[in-house]
Unconditional design. Structure first.
Length: 134
């Protein structure tokens, strides 16, 4: 009987490690300025998932961005969300997709560890810590 309930629990409740965050870091920056959060999102599930929001106590304005080029011009723009396909990973890195953290509430110095909450449509909320480094 115990084995039956254990198996049923495993079938009903999905493991929360379908989305794995790794290699997270952000650039040091000064209060009231901006920085960027970089990381790798691995989707180990059989379904796509979408990162649609990020929150942190370090800033009230955090956006998901991409770097783009148009002719001779380069810039950044908000993209709102990132879809991570099933069994794939999405690398957020300098010169590509990234998370802009604007109007910092305090200085972020080398070695500081900053907490973030990532919001996914399927996986829900994931808390991470990112270290400030180059």
């Amino acid at each position: 009987m115990i084995v039956f309930f254990t198996l049923m629990t495993l079938l009903v409740f999905k493991p929360v490690d379908d989305i794995v965050i790794k290699d997270q870091w952000l650039r040091p920056s000064a209060e009231k300025m901006a920085t960027a959060l970089y990381l790798t999102i691995e989707n180990k599930s059989d379904e796509p998932d979408t990162l649609y929001s990020v929150k942190s106590g370090i800033s009230d304005r955090i956006e998901i961005h991409e770097t783009y080029s148009s002719g001779d011009l380069m810039g950044m723009r908000e993209i709102g969300s990132i879809v991570i396909e099933a069994g794939e990973e999405e690398i957020l890195e300098p010169g590509g997709k990234h998370i802009m953290v604007m109007k910092l509430k305090r200085d972020v110095k080398y070695g500081d560890e900053i907490q973030f909450i990532l919001f996914f449509r399927r996986a829900g909320e994931l808390s991470i810590t990112a270290e400030a480094k180059k």
